[in-house]
Design a binder for this molecule. Structure first.
Ligand SMILES: Nc1nc2c(ncn2[C@@H]2O[C@H](COP(=O)(O)OP(=O)(O)O)[C@@H](O)[C@H]2O)c(=O)[nH]1
Ligand SMILES: [Mg+2]
Length: 194
């Protein structure tokens, strides 16, 4: 994929702000700090367009990045951040539920990239999300992040464990540090767009 143009089009704090147009959407899901913003930046070839935050889970919004004026990469709010206020938790649920189950993409969601930190392994929240995705009927795949933190043996063990948990789902090993997996993620997105 050649990214000629990447723009943050919409930062939605309310479901009614989600875009209503013909462009396909690819959503990125995962816990806070899993590396979602880093992945989206690296896919777009931009260093700072998607904020890589040191204070995870601060803002609860859904961010729509328009690529080549053709489709959106959708940065979903992260989950599993313990220090959230009840109000922020409510906001998370309203946006997530509004997007996935109340058709906030207006039928334009073509795939969900579910991020899992390969070093930390799948959390309970990750499992809940992935079980939900399996039932949802959406096309989805896993991006196993931060693989640079593991040696060859650890990496294989972690990948084996993850693939046992979610049989039959594509898993793409990825590192935003080395760029490993970037082409594979784009190829998987291109497949979903076709
Ligand atoms: N070693 C390593 N660190 C990463 C990688 N991706 C993200 N990080 C770091 O993990 C932290 C959270 O990243 P961020 O992209 O903000 O996560 P988000 O909360 O899911 O959007 C930051 O300190 C990043 O620098 C990776 O592939 N390898
Ligand atoms: Mg982020």
């Amino acid at each position: 994929m050649t990214v000629k143009n990447a723009e943050l089009k919409i930062t939605a704090g309310l479901t009614k702000q989600f875009p209503f147009d013909k462009k396909a959407q690819i959503a990125f899901s995962g816990r806070s700090n899993v590396g979602k913003s880093s992945l989206i930046n690296s896919l777009m070839g931009r260093k700072n367009l998607a904020r890589v935050s040191s204070a995870p889970g601060k803002t609860i919004t859904v961010n729509f990045y328009e690529i080549n004026k053709e489709f959106y990469l959708v940065d979903m709010p992260g989950y599993g951040y313990a220090k959230r206020s009840p109000k922020q938790k409510k906001q998370w649920s309203a946006l997530t539920d509004g997007y996935y189950t109340k058709d906030g993409s207006h039928g334009k969601l073509v795939a969900v990239a579910q991020l899992v930190d390969l070093k930390a392994g799948a959390t309970e929240d990750d499992m809940t999300m992935m079980e939900w995705l399996s039932e949802s009927g959406y096309d989805w795949f896993i991006v196993a992040t931060k693989v640079d933190k593991l040696n060859k043996t650890q990496r294989q063990e972690a990948l084996d464990k993850l693939s046992e948990l979610v049989e039959g789902v594509d898993i793409i090993p990825y590192s935003s540090l080395t760029g490993e997996g970037k082409n594979e993620v784009w190829a998987r997105i291109a497949q979903s767009l076709n």
